[in-house]
Design a protein around this ligand. Structure first.
Ligand SMILES: *[C@@H]1O[C@H](CO)[C@@H](O)[C@H](O)[C@H]1NC(C)=O
Ligand SMILES: *[C@@H]1O[C@H](CO)[C@@H](O)[C@H](O)[C@H]1NC(C)=O
Ligand SMILES: *[C@@H]1O[C@H](CO)[C@@H](O)[C@H](O)[C@H]1NC(C)=O
Length: 296
């Protein structure tokens, strides 16, 4: 009889003392949630994005699964998300709407997936993004020039070991904070359409990792050459020097003016001769009329 209150008290204490992870109530199946707002779902053979993620989640690690889609609706509920690791899944499609509401995201890893192309403005909503890893997508051959436009905080960008043969340098020029860039292991095609990229790399090598491994794959005569040493070569090759062009331009203009002048002079001469003949004939007719009048 006297024990009952003690048991009740202990139970109460137990309930209060037991480590009650504040997120456990909403932790998705096969994930582990901790009280630091970290949700860890790595290597769980997940095929779909976990439902019921705690809304205040700060870190979501969902790597080494089989996800083929990042559902925009569910992801964008996590507006406090700062760290998202989706590496090693089967993702093939992300767009501007996928990340529309993730304004606090600092770290994003999309490496080891199935991307073929990255559409325009895809990462634009990620205003706080500092590090983007997008490596080891063996089919990824196109990153749109505006994919990272306005990502003013982006410092580290890694697009190594994809299938890129060209990259519009505007995509990189739009990144004022960029200090580390990975481009190696791609089959770069070194011609006039990569001239601007090569030139930029040649002048900005301080923020360029794996420079020695960033080499051309084609055309054959360029194979194995480093992009960062080709900028000036390509410039000379793709734009024969301006002085020469200007010279040709002036010669051509001069010739056109000369030819036009000659033609005009000739035409004027012809007109003069015709006029003269006309006037003479008129005078001749007048003369003969006068003669006839005189005869009469
Ligand atoms: C990718 O995840 C699978 C398990 O789903 C794992 O066996 C494999 O080692 C991982 N690969 C990499 C590169 O992490
Ligand atoms: C890589 O891109 C080239 C075209 O640039 C394409 O022909 C090839 O099939 C791509 N490779 C893969 C694995 O998708
Ligand atoms: C590179 O991107 C800029 C800006 O979007 C665009 O104006 C330009 O035409 C692109 N260049 C090529 C070669 O696609």
């Amino acid at each position: 009889m006297r024990r009952a209150p003690v048991v009740v008290l202990l139970l109460l204490l137990g309930v209060r003392v037991a480590p009650g992870p504040p997120l456990s109530a909403g932790c998705p199946e096969r994930c582990v949630c901790d009280d630091q707002l970290v949700v860890q779902c790595s290597g769980q053979r997940l095929r779909v994005f976990p439902a019921d993620l705690p809304l205040p989640t700060r870190q979501l690690i969902i790597s080494n699964n089989r996800l083929d889609e990042l559902p925009a609706l569910q992801l964008n509920f996590l507006s406090d998300l700062a760290y998202l690791d989706c590496s090693n899944n089967s993702l093939s499609d992300v767009s501007e709407s996928t990340f529309g509401n993730l304004r606090h995201l600092v770290y994003l890893d999309l490496s080891y997936n199935n991307f073929v192309r990255i559409e325009d403005h895809t990462f634009v909503p990620l205003l706080s993004l500092v590090m983007l890893r997008l490596t080891d997508n063996p089919r990824l051959s196109d990153i749109h020039a505006t994919a990272f436009a306005e990502d003013a905080a982006l410092q580290v960008l890694d697009v190594s070991r994809n299938n890129l043969s060209a990259l519009n340098v505007s995509a990189l020029l739009a990144l004022p904070a960029l200090r580390s860039l990975g481009l190696s292991g791609n089959p770069w095609r070194c011609g006039c359409d990569t001239e601007d990229l090569c030139l930029w790399l040649q002048t900005d090598t301080f923020r360029f990792q794996d420079e020695g491994l960033t080499v051309c794959e084609s055309p054959p005569e360029m194979r194995g050459r480093r992009l960062a040493e080709l900028g000036l070569n390509l410039r000379a090759q793709c734009h024969p020097s301006l002085g020469h062009q200007d010279y040709l331009f002036f010669v051509a203009i001069g010739f056109v003016i000369f030819a036009a002048g000659t033609v005009l002079a000739w035409l004027a001469g012809v007109v003069m001769v015709l006029l003269e003949r006309h006037v003479k004939r008129k005078n001749g007719e007048l003369d003969s009329e006068e003669k006839e009048e005189v005869k009469e």
